[in-house]
Design a protein around this ligand. Sequence first.
Ligand SMILES: NC(=O)c1ccc[n+]([C@@H]2O[C@H](COP(=O)([O-])OP(=O)(O)OC[C@H]3O[C@@H](n4cnc5c(N)ncnc54)[C@H](OP(=O)(O)O)[C@@H]3O)[C@@H](O)[C@H]2O)c1
Length: 274
Amino acid sequence: MDIKDKVVIVTGASSGIGEATAREFGRGGAKLVLAARRVDRLETLAQEIAMMNSGASTLVVQADLSKLEDIQSLIQQTTERFSRIDVLVNNAGFGRLDWLENLDPVKDIQAQFDVNVMGVIQTTRQALPVMMKQRSGHVINMCSMAGLVATPTYTIYAACKHAVHGFSEALRREVKPWGIEVSMIYPGGVKTEFQAHAGIKRKTGATTPNALLLSAEDVGRAVLQLARRPRPMWIIPWAWTVSVWMNRAFNRLVDWTTINRFTIPEREDDLKAN
Ligand SMILES: NC(=O)c1ccc[n+]([C@@H]2O[C@H](COP(=O)([O-])OP(=O)(O)OC[C@H]3O[C@@H](n4cnc5c(N)ncnc54)[C@H](OP(=O)(O)O)[C@@H]3O)[C@@H](O)[C@H]2O)c1
């Protein structure tokens, strides 16, 4: 698909992967809808895209994706301005990565589901009638390696991304007869503001090896590629495919290694206290 003049909604365009993705579509001359809560950042990005002289146009929409009325308004403003929706990139999301008992029931647990799961489902639900009427469209969902392999401290985040995986797979099989594609992308670790918001505390210093760490731009380019050529699932970088396969084939071995190499050393003090 040629991106020029296509109507593309990018949620979570105010930073990280969403911002980088919007730049890629901007360079391609798309009609872009930039959505997030931090509208000042969206305005700055819109100005930057206008300076690209690529023929791109932008609509900035302040939206809290945990609120249905904001989602409805996002879709309404998009269709009022551009009359159609060609690509919906459901990217907005965040993680709170800690032991389950430390997570606040509302601010950490409920809030993650509200944005990472309900935000994706409701935005898609609102955009779908427009795409069905067009008999075309493409929903691209920002999943994560955590949507395929769940690790300690990622309980809620992994549950959210597994939910997005299941939602997307079922939807893909529902809407294809209307000419609508559903693609999912599964990045490993990406250098963005995500880590700062996640509240990660690691005694062992365990983290994604540098060789596997992606930039937001790497993922932005991959999303653009997906928009041009839909794929049901895309794991980036490819090397993580091995861990998905290991987790399926040798689940108990992965349990043992994770518990002994990560959980026990990280939780030594908790174990002594309780
Ligand atoms: N970084 C990683 O390692 C990694 C790996 C795999 C997948 N992902 C996924 O990639 C996506 C983007 O994350 P990122 O790494 O780019 O992190 P980021 O830089 O923190 O960006 C998160 C984006 O989501 C938006 N957002 C959060 N809550 C929102 C809400 N209630 N309403 C509207 N927008 C909201 C933020 O905008 P406002 O705060 O302005 O609203 C921001 O634009 C997420 O879905 C994340 O799960 C990240």
